[in-house]
Design a binder for this molecule. Structure first.
Ligand SMILES: [Zn+2]
Length: 87
């Protein structure tokens, strides 16, 4: 009966950004300075206020970086210099 139990934190397979829940609305780009580009998943637009509310940001070398999803934070932490220079 419970053969589908994969754990409480089970994530969808594939890209961490594949869900598109946060970036589903094209009109989000109209927010202007409230948006940023995820340094890990370049091309993914991030709404700063939403990312900060979820803890999806890092302050590195005097700059702040926002992430498109929870999976990008640890990736940034692993090599912040790499991603900081990519933006
Ligand atoms: Zn991501």
């Amino acid at each position: 009966m419970t053969t589908e139990n994969t754990g409480p934190q089970a994530l969808p397979t594939g890209s961490c950004c594949g869900g598109g829940q946060a970036a589903a609305a094209p009109s989000a780009a109209a927010a202007g300075d409230d948006t940023a580009v995820c340094p890990v998943m370049t091309g993914s637009t991030v709404v700063k206020s939403v990312a900060e509310a979820q803890g999806l940001f890092r302050d590195h070398d005097g700059n702040r970086y926002w992430f498109c999803c929870a999976g990008c934070g640890p990736v940034f932490d692993a090599d912040p210099a790499r991603y900081a220079t990519a933006v």
